[in-house]
Design a binder for this molecule. Structure first.
Ligand code: PLP
Length: 301
C-alpha cells in the first residue's frame, strides 16, 4: 500500500506548448487490488462497519463497476463478507470485473433495472435485509459522507502549491472530498464521465448534506469548483477511436496508463483546455489519477 500516493511531474507536448506545469497525483498506485479513489472512499466505511460490528457489507453496481471490484477485494482483505447487488441480467461466464468479485468471495445477486432504481429507498433496503440478514450498506459508487471524508485526505498529501486540481467525476464523492479540502486560492475542476448537466447539483447536495449535519464549515474550501461536461464522449463508458488514440499517445509520451471511462476523458479534457488557452502560462495543474485500470480488461478496442 502506498499512502501518500506519489506526485509526479510530467511534460507532454501540449503541456509545454501551453507553458503549464502538469503533475499527476498517482492514486492509481495506492493499492494493487483496491483501485485509486475507491480505496479512499472505502477506508472510513470499513472502519465504521467494524465499529458497528457488521460482518457483511452490501453494495450496488453495474456489471463493470470499479466500485464492486474494489469492494470485493477490500472486504476479502479485511475479514468482511460481501454482497454485490448487480444491475441487469445474470450473464455467465462472468466478465472480468464480476469474476474478480466472485473470486474474492463476493456473493452476487442480479436485479432488474426497475428494481435497481429503488436502491436508495428504505423499504427496498428493508427487503434486502429480510433476504440477506443484517449488513452494512455502502451506496452505489461508494459515495457517502465517510467516502467524502476519505477523499478529503488526497489534497493534504500534495506538498506543492497548485492552481487547479482535476478529477474525473462519476457519482461526485471524490470531487466533493477535493472541494472540502482544497486551499482557497486553488480551484477544483471535474470532468464528467456522464452525459448531462445534473452532476453539479448532485455535488452541491453532497456538500450541503455534511454542512447541515453541523460538520465544521470548511475554512479551507476551494475558491471555486466546476464540472466540465464537454468530454464525456457520448456518455458513461462510451469511447471513441480519438480517445483510444489519445490514451495510447499519452502512454507513449509519459509512460502512464489511463483508462477510457474516467482518467482518459479527464486528461483529454485537460489537453483540450490547454489548447484553448483556458490555463494560463506558468499555472500549475494537478491531475488526480483515480485508478480504474482493471476496467481496461473489459474493453475490446
Ligand atoms: C468510481 C471512479 C471515479 C468516479 O468517482 P466518483 O467519486 O464516483 O465521482 C473516477 N475514476 C475511477 C477510476 C473510478 O473508478
Amino acid at each position: 500500500m502506498q499512502i501518500p500516493s506519489p506526485l509526479q511531474e510530467i511534460k507532454t507536448n501540449w503541456s509545454q506548448t501551453a507553458k503549464v506545469k502538469l503533475f499527476v497525483k498517482r492514486d492509481d498506485l495506492i493499492h494493487p487490488l483496491v483501485s485509486g479513489n475507491k480505496f479512499r472512499k472505502l477506508k472510513y466505511n470499513l472502519v465504521e462497519a467494524k465499529k458497528k460490528g457488521s460482518e457483511t457489507i452490501l453494495s450496488f453496481g453495474g456489471a463493470y463497476s470499479n466500485h464492486i471490484h474494489a469492494l470485493s477485494a477490500a472486504c476479502n482483505g479485511n475479514g468482511f463478507k460481501s454482497i454485490g447487488i448487480i444491475r441487469g441480467d445474470e450473464i455467465r461466464p462472468l466478465n472480468h470485473t464480476l469474476q474478480f468479485a466472485e473470486d474474492n468471495g463476493m456473493e452476487l445477486h442480479w436485479i432488474s433495472r426497475g428494481d435497481y432504481r429503488k436502491k436508495d429507498e428504505p423499504e427496498f433496503i428493508e427487503k434486502l435485509k429480510e433476504q440477506f440478514g443484517n449488513f452494512y450498506l455502502v451506496p452505489e459508487g461508494g459515495t457517502n459522507e465517510l467516502a467524502i471524508q476519505g477523499a478529503s485526505e488526497i489534497i493534504p498529501e500534495i506538498e506543492i502549491e497548485f492552481d487547479y486540481i482535476c478529477t474525473g467525476v462519476g457519482t461526485g464523492g471524490t470531487i466533493a472530498g477535493l472541494i472540502k479540502s482544497c486551499p482557497s486560492k486553488s480551484k477544483v475542476l471535474g470532468f464528467s464521465a456522464l452525459k448531462g448537466d445534473f452532476l453539479k447539483d448532485e455535488v452541491q447536495g453532497l456538500l450541503e448534506e455534511g454542512h447541515n449535519k453541523g460538520q465544521k464549515d470548511n475554512e479551507k474550501s476551494a475558491s471555486g469548483w466546476e464540472i466540465n461536461v464537454d468530454f464525456h464522449f457520448g456518455g458513461y463508458a462510451k469511447v471513441k477511436p480519438e480517445l483510444w488514440d489519445f490514451i495510447d499517445d499519452f502512454k507513449e509520451e509519459v509512460d502512464i496508463q489511463l483508462e477510457p471511462i474516467y482518467n482518459g476523458k479527464m486528461m483529454f479534457g485537460i489537453k483540450a483546455l490547454c489548447e484553448r488557452g483556458f490555463f494560463k502560462p506558468r499555472e500549475t495543474i494537478v491531475a488526480l489519477h483515480t485508478g480504474g485500470l482493471q476496467g481496461l480488461a473489459g474493453f475490446d478496442k
